[in-house]
Design a protein around this ligand. Structure first.
Ligand code: FES
Ligand SMILES: [Fe+2]
Length: 425
């Protein structure tokens, strides 16, 4: 009878076996211990974390505190806020922020919470769905307090008579809260932590790899975004970072051109990033040069890339929530924002090198590119929402073995272990 049950329910047998993983974790400390344990294993023993890693609201609270309030977060490209007064807004783990290019051309990040009675300074713009714009000053819609693009309070009507206001204003208490920003390769990052270490040194091992692409010279053509996805950000990250699923979820779209088995993961050890090379298949190649199959291009390649560099796109993951893919002709930039423990937003920017901005085929390519990327995202979204619906099942308590092609899920476990517990694995 037992044998028969085991044959019928092999997964149940595994849950009952002497695995190092507890299938019924219930508190956050146990979950943190498990993350450290899984992240410490060699790649050959890598395993998906239990479903509670994806569903625990307590763990999510810790992620907000120790990751989103502490680490550098990618927001947008510099050319999206190119002119004085240009702003870009986002809500990051419950914090409403705005990036602004000041009159002095500096980029700054501010809280959008009005220091008077907590109104969102961009309430009306966000209600209309605007994520970017240009302004001389931010005027609060509630009582019309005004702030310049450097974050200083410049006007507060009818406050005469409040000695508290005068006293606190003189100390700068009514200027907008400012967060750290840093630009790296044309990408604008911000950090809520005033004591954050500088960003660029953590990526120095990629300097030589990325230099030929001259990433600060690329301009954003389009930003594609989607309505809030009802899945945890971590499922979306796992999916967005590995290419093993090309031969499943994308078998009709990506796989024929960039098959899963040709994606080559670099083994540089870093707690901040990983990268892979996604090579074109022989069947999908447009030619061969110096022994390398050349990948199809929507636009002519940028100058200076070798045949090897034109045989693949790079896939670069920056923890926690950014990914970008420089190719010979197109740069894709993705970010995922948690909007709660069980939901996230995703957007994807398409950039081209500044030398291609007046290419005669750009309009046509732009349309084709958008259609292609929307199709890919639909395929991905179907997978992650499908998994989210399974997470509460008794049979989803314990995750399965990871393929070496899912290496980025394993390295992300290491990031999570380090950030959530402080333990280096
Ligand atoms: S809440 Fe902004 S001016 Fe009153
Ligand atoms: Fe995908």
């Amino acid at each position: 009878m037992v044998t028969q049950q085991n044959e019928i329910h092999p997964h149940a047998e595994r849950n009952g076996s002497k695995s190092k993983a507890s299938p019924m974790t219930t508190n956050v400390q146990e979950l943190l211990d498990l993350i450290v344990e899984y992240a410490s294993r060699p790649l050959e023993e890598a395993q998906l974390l239990p479903s509670e890693y994806y569903t625990s609201h307590d763990l999510y609270d810790l992620e907000v505190e120790r990751i989103f309030k502490k680490d550098w977060l990618y927001l947008c490209r510099t050319d999206e806020i190119e002119n004085p007064g240009d702003w870009f807004a986002a809500e990051i783990a419950g914090e409403p922020v705005v990036l602004v290019r000041g009159k002095d051309m500096q980029i700054r990040a501010f809280s959008r919470v009005c220091p008077h009675r907590f109104m969102d300074l961009l309430f009306e713009e966000r209600e209309k769905g605007a994520e970017a714009g240009n302004t001389e000053s931010f005027v609060c819609p509630y009582h019309s307090w005004a702030f310049n693009t450097e974050g200083q309070l410049t006007g507060a009507p009818l406050m005469t008579g409040s000695t508290l206001f005068e006293r606190e204003r003189a100390c700068g208490s009514y200027n907008l809260a400012t967060y750290a920003t840093e630009v790296w390769n044309g990408f604008v990052f911000m950090n809520f932590d005033p004591n954050a270490e500088p960003l660029a040194p953590r990526f120095s091992e990629m300097d030589a790899l990325l230099a030929p692409y001259r990433l600060d010279e690329w301009k954003m053509l389009d930003r594609l975004d989607w309505p809030e996805v009802p899945t945890t950000w971590k499922l979306a990250m796992d999916n967005g970072r590995e290419a093993y699923h090309h031969q499943g979820a994308h078998k009709e779209s990506i796989e024929p051109l960039w098959p899963a088995h040709l994606v080559d993961a670099d083994t540089t050890e870093s707690e901040f990033f990983y990268y892979q090379r996604m090579f074109v298949s022989q069947e999908g190649a447009t030619g061969e040069e110096d022994g390398h199959y050349l990948q199809p291009l929507a636009l002519p390649s940028i100058d200076g890339l070798s045949a090897f560099q034109r045989s693949h796109s790079l896939l670069v993951g920056i923890y926690p929530t950014m990914w970008f893919s420089p190719g010979p002709d197109v740069l894709l930039v993705a970010k995922w924002w948690p909007t709660g423990p069980d939901s996230h937003k995703f957007d994807l920017a398409v950039c081209v090198h500044e030398s291609k901005m007046d290419h005669p085929d750009l309009g046509k390519i732009r349309g084709e590119m958008k259609d292609w990327l929307r199709q890919i995202q639909e395929e991905d979204s179907a997978m992650v929402t499908g998994i989210q619906g399974m997470l509460k099942s008794d049979q989803a308590r314990q995750g399965g073995a990871l393929s070496p092609l899912e290496r980025p899920i394993w390295t992300f476990q290491k990031y999570m272990a380090k950030r959530l517990t402080g333990i280096d694995v």
